[in-house]
Design a binder for this molecule. Structure first.
Ligand code: ADP
Ligand code: MG
Length: 486
């Protein structure tokens, strides 16, 4: 890593993130935009760019793009037009890509990230709409490149950040946040393996204190957050070492090889490639009214950051719990649905992000597959809150049954399994006395100040009571007896 350069250089990172919008159809054609179909089955004459065909704009894609802009507090352009970006590439059947040039649909804005150094707002340059290209496949034949045009014309937004990040951790947190947001507002599945979310990282280094940006390299097509983080780390180290040796850095495009743990140059890059942008003549410019934008604003759900503040303030949950609860939209819906009807929210969170999440992960099941009914949930939470059963026994013995049977009543189940900590006061007192008599050395040590021994006594009471003593009650009684004047 770059330890020997630490202190000399500051890294500067800007990310370009492509988000494939999950519309039913393509940006300018009625072909399905779905992923994973047989090659070249969503390829109308428009997608293939046949002469005489005309693009027609997909309103849903525009709504998706505006949603993202609103979420990032960008300025939404009221007047827009598409532009032709001309270049030749086999996966681009028209010989140009319809994109936006001087009028991105969203300008400016921020993405709020949180890292080990705290919370920061990363500035955005723009978010623009464009169509995706097709896919070249080089692994189907030893000599030939195969082409699949299903993806050609699928709507994308490209989110371009300012050169505003300085560590691999920030870059990873930024992409994580974008993935969370696009899923949250339902515009993209955020699946990086399938290419729904793709990232290019631009990295440069400069001496600490220098204001001018250094020459950047761009690492293309990072397809996981882990790869992004690693590629940025590698580039910071490599560029710092080059700068140490006084070597000139050339602006270039690089690729990341996860197996060999290196980045390598694929081409040098001049500043502005000549794409000969001009306004797309087959599509009229378009304008949004205030009402249209307001309507879209009204459709947006409460965002993760706002929910987190609500959970820590109104529900007194920890920041950690609040973050966990907003990681996944379905988990959050489940929590919200239950939290409104119980005061035992902390215990609910413990079940959800503890045993339930482990269970779903191990079964590879989504949150929506959970069948536990509301009354079962509330029964379970009341048992734990009332001290009739411990959290861990409930998680180990009751949950597995509740997960498979929506009819079972938790109280009946706990009774029939003989799990209730239902010993009365006198019984607990007897066990407490028994434990104290059996451990005179420990009792003396406790009375001399080793207060941590209380856990041992409580554990003993639990053991000899065969789980029938509520640990809260036995702790209280133990404390009382042990702290009595001799
Ligand atoms: P291009 O498509 O040519 O890569 P864009 O303007 O779309 O250009 O994206 C450039 C990206 O590179 C932005 O995210 C920007 O913040 C980032 N960037 C520009 N200059 C630097 C630099 N010197 N160091 C790091 N990142 C940079
Ligand atoms: Mg770029």
């Amino acid at each position: 890593m770059s330890d020997q350069h630490e202190g000399h250089y500051e890294a500067v990172i800007g990310l370009e993130v492509h988000v494939q919008l999950n519309t039913l159809t393509k940006l300018f054609a009625g072909d399905s935009a779905a992923f994973g179909s047989a090659p070249n089955t969503h390829v109308s004459a428009i997608t293939l760019g046949h002469p005489g065909t005309l693009p027609r704009m997909n309103k849903e894609a525009i709504v998706h793009a505006i949603k993202m802009g609103l979420v990032c507090q960008s300025e939404i352009a009221r007047y827009n037009y598409f532009a032709r970006k001309n270049y030749f590439y086999p996966d681009l059947p028209k010989g140009y890509q319809i994109s936006q040039h001087t009028t991105p649909i969203c300008a400016g804005g921020i993405v709020r990230i949180s890292t080990s150094s705290g919370v920061r707002d990363i500035k955005l340059t723009r978010i623009h709409l464009e169509e995706d290209a097709g896919k070249s496949m080089h692994d189907q034949s030893p000599e030939l490149t195969y082409l699949d045009y299903n993806r050609a014309g699928v709507p994308l937004i490209e989110i371009v950040s300012e050169p505003d990040m300085h560590t691999a951790e920030e870059a990873a947190a930024y992409l994580t946040k974008i993935r969370q947001l696009v899923r949250w507002i339902g515009i993209c599945d955020g699946n990086m393996e399938e290419g729904s979310l793709r990232c290019d990282a631009n990295i440069s280094v400069r001496p600490v204190g220098e204001k001018k940006l250094g020459t950047r390299v761009e690492v293309k097509n990072l397809n996981s957050i882990k790869h992004l983080r690693h590629a940025v780390e590698l580039e910071i180290a490599r560029l710092s070492a080059l700068s140490d040796k006084g070597e000139r850095i050339v602006q270039e495009t690089r690729s990341y090889d996860a197996e060999r743990e290196v980045t390598f140059s694929i081409r040098t890059k001049e500043d502005a490639e000549d794409y000969r942008y001009f306004p797309e003549p087959d599509l009229a410019p378009f304008q949004f009214s205030e009402e249209f934008i307001q309507q879209i604003k009204n459709q947006l759900p409460e965002l993760p950051d706002a929910k987190q503040s609500r959970y820590t303030e109104a529900y007194s949950l920890s920041e950690y719990d609040a973050i966990q609860l907003t990681e996944d939209y379905e988990l959050n819906e489940l929590f919200e649905g239950l939290a409104a009807g119980t005061a035992h929210r902390k215990s609910l969170v413990n079940f959800l992000i503890g045993p339930i999440r482990s269970y779903l992960n191990s079964q590879n099941k989504p949150w929506s597959s959970l069948k536990i009914s509301k009354s079962q949930w509330y029964g379970l939470l009341d048992l734990v809150a009332g001290g009739q059963i411990s959290f861990s026994v409930a998680a180990q013995k009751l949950l597995p049954e509740l997960l498979s049977n929506t009819e079972i009543d938790p109280v009946q189940l706990a009774t029939s399994l003989n799990l209730l900590q239902d010993a009365g006061e006198t019984e607990i007192e007897q066990w407490v006395n028994e434990v104290i008599m059996a451990m005179p050395d420990k009792v003396e040590a406790y009375r001399k100040g080793k207060k941590g021994l209380i856990g041992l006594f409580v554990g003993e009471v639990k053991r000899i009571s065969k789980g029938k003593a509520d640990p809260k009650r036995s702790t209280e009684l133990l404390n009382k007896v042990l702290n009595e004047k001799q």
